[in-house]
Design a protein around this ligand. Structure first.
Ligand code: ZN
Length: 150
């Protein structure tokens, strides 16, 4: 295993063992649940959106290290971001995860998420990595809790 892959594995394990943004919000404006039956991963994404910005993001659930680390990276990444920017980040990550062959340099706005690049070698695990992101996308589009968002 190369030094790079070792480092990436450490980052993934660190997020899995010390997840950022794990928990629930007292009054989320958006909420959605996601399942990855292939692996048994479950994730619940909650957002507190104010004036078009993600003030806080939380996830809960359980599953493999990839799915939970990816959710942790995601909540860390989107805190304080405007909703349209979050939408763009999700699209960038989805494109990156489903690209075959060589990747260009990771857009720096994706931060630790670059550590998930190696997952692309294992098609079954790509769904694990994408779960939190597709769930968040649905939360933004369909998961609005009535009367809460401003
Ligand atoms: Zn999984």
């Amino acid at each position: 295993m190369s030094l790079c892959e070792d480092l990436y594995r450490d980052i993934i394990l660190d997020h899995y063992q010390h997840p950022r943004g794990k928990g629930t919000l007292p009054a989320p404006t958006h909420r959605e649940e996601g399942l990855n039956p292939v692996c048994g991963d479950e994730v619940v994404m909650e957002l507190d959106v104010r004036e078009g910005k993600v003030c806080e993001a939380r996830f809960s659930g359980h599953g493999c290290s990839i799915s939970q680390a990816s959710a942790s990276m995601l909540t860390e990444l989107i805190a304080g971001q405007p909703m349209d920017q979050v939408g763009e980040l999700i699209e960038k990550f989805k494109t990156r995860m489903t690209t075959r062959g060589e990747l260009g340099e990771c857009p720096c706005e994706l931060g630790d998420v670059e550590a998930l690049d190696g997952v692309r070698k294992y098609p079954v695990r790509i769904k694990c990595a994408l779960l939190a992101w597709t769930t968040l996308q649905r939360a933004m589009l369909e998961g609005e809790i009535d009367g809460k968002a401003t």
